[in-house]
Design a protein around this ligand. Structure first.
Ligand SMILES: [Zn+2]
Length: 498
């Protein structure tokens, strides 16, 4: 309680201070660091300028929201309503901002920030090793075992749960609320040999899964390692859990995260989730893009293209279903509603040019920021398939076709409230580290906790990456330490939450 009161007093003092002398804030903040850290940090800092603050301010309230910085002050050219919003945002960030300054006064945190810069080479080596273990969706076992072994060697208590997720704790406090840092184990493509994943001459890691999600998994290992190396964090009232989860990509349908949020004991411990996915420090995913995925399958007896002509044809029926669906969604996807998309992604069927096919299939991907809109598009798909079957069978003189619509995946849409503490923490940390980030809506593991009203954001794990889901995927570890500091400070703030 004393600590809490002290923190509130410090925060209040900082707010007053902020109002009185805003221009000195950055100097004061930097001076909290030992000189060695200052030099390392300054390279990554952007220097706040007046114009920049205004430009950022104008992005508030839009779909793509630029991160606000603590130093934003009302400017004369800003409209009153906008100005009120800015002041609110400023006030909202002031307390987390003071909490960040309070945090870095503790020795454990200061040492940890240094550690991320000092241990770059070791972190890169772990990254290379883990990416060399293939882990395509549904086959994450070997990589999960490797992660569990790493966590244990770093002093964590690590288990593999029934879904296949690796769940590790640094300092177990099973009775307290949980802060869960997660990264998905699975990749869309997997290396066929170890040599397919390598550091090139420029220091970039190349190979499938290098960034998505080698970067996130490496961050989990770095977190376990740093917490073993530095004095224990003080004032923690929550338990940190590190989870390397299965089933994020494609037809994995977020199965690992569903287990963590619904069946695992973590679900009952008011968990907050920091999802680490891919590289970068430029985004905060607060919107969960929903999706529904289906396979359409038409089947019939098939026959000779000449002698059996006239029987119902699965390929013709499928082609009609696709056309009807594409036409009916065109109207629904236009206009001002929540952004939504519908795509027929794969088509296959038939066996020979001179045969009437026995089957034809297509896969469909439907996405929306809104669950109701998703449902409407699914209805259009169902209608298109039913009509296509009817029409094909009405025209047929012989055997009929049968249609089947199978759901392959469903990811709920959701949104983190703008005033959520977890978001304010990430933004306060970004302001402190000089990171410019934007809020984003995407399909990530955070969809599940967000749809269950559990606080969650998804962010990158630092460095830069590209070519996700291709054999040419790459990760550049330059600046990774900044991303890791961002992750670490955000978690430390969440751990302090009472
Ligand atoms: Zn990913």
């Amino acid at each position: 309680m004393t600590n809490l009161l002290q923190r509130i007093a410090r925060a209040a003092a900082a707010v007053v201070d902020l109002g009185a002398k805003p221009r000195h804030r950055f100097h004061r903040r930097v001076s909290l660091y030992p000189r060695r850290v200052q030099r390392a940090e300054n390279r990554n800092h952007f220097v706040p300028r007046r114009g920049l603050a205004i430009r950022r301010a104008y992005h508030l309230g839009r779909a793509s929201i630029r991160n606000t910085n603590e130093v934003i002050r009302p400017e004369r050219c800003i409209a009153p309503a906008r100005q009120a919003k800015l002041e609110w945002m400023g006030a909202n960030l002031a307390v987390p901002g003071a909490m960040v300054r309070d945090l870095i006064e503790s020795r454990g945190v200061r040492d940890a920030l240094l550690w991320f810069t000092r241990e770059k080479q070791w972190i890169n080596e772990m990254h290379l090793q883990l990416c060399r273990i293939p882990a395509p969706t549904f086959l994450e076992g070997e990589r999960a075992q490797w992660m569990a072994a790493q966590f244990r060697s770093l002093g964590c208590d690590a288990q593999i749960d029934r879904a296949g997720n690796v769940v590790a704790t640094v300092q177990p406090r099973p009775e307290s609320a949980a802060v869960v840092a997660t990264a998905h184990l699975d990749t869309v493509l997997a290396p066929r040999s170890k040599e397919e994943v390598f550091f090139d001459g420029e220091g970039k890691l190349r190979g499938p899964g290098a960034a998505d999600n080698g970067a996130g998994l490496t961050a989990l290992i770095a977190l376990a390692a740093v917490l073993k190396s530095v004095p224990p964090l003080t004032d923690c009232s929550r338990e940190l859990v590190l989870a390397a989860n299965v089933g994020e990509e494609g037809e994995g349908n977020l199965s690992g995260m569903r287990h963590l949020c619904k069946q695992s004991p973590l679900a009952r411990r008011s968990p907050a989730f920091l999802v680490l996915d891919g590289a970068g420090t430029d985004h905060i995913t607060t919107g969960a893009l929903g999706s529904r995925r289906f396979e359409i399958a038409f089947s019939g007896p098939g026959g000779h293209s000449w002698s059996d002509f006239g029987i119902a044809n699965p390929v013709h029926a499928l082609a009609r279903a696709i056309t009807l669906f594409a036409d009916s969604t065109r109207a629904a996807l236009k206009g001002n509603g929540p952004r939504s998309t519908a795509s027929v992604s794969t088509v296959e069927g038939g066996s020979s040019v001179n045969a009437i096919a026995t089957s034809a299939r297509a896969k469909v991907d439907i996405r929306s920021e809104d669950n109701r809109r998703l449902e409407e598009i699914v209805q259009l798909l169902t209608t298109a398939v039913e009509r296509a079957q009817e029409t094909e069978n009405q025209r047929a003189s012989g055997a009929r076709v049968f249609a089947k619509l199978k759901e392959l995946g469903s990811r709920p849409a959701a949104k983190l409230p703008e005033n959520a503490a977890i978001l304010n923490y990430v933004r306060a940390v970004d302001a402190h580290l000089g990171i410019r980030s934007r809020m984003e809506c995407a399909s990530t593991d955070a969809n599940i906790p967000l749809s269950l009203d559990m606080p969650a954001v998804s962010i990158g794990a630092g460095g830069q990456g590209g070519g996700a889901h291709t054999p040419d995927e790459w990760f550049n570890p330059d600046g990774r330490d900044l991303g890791l500091k961002r992750v670490f400070l955000t978690l430390a703030l969440l751990l302090r939450e009472d």
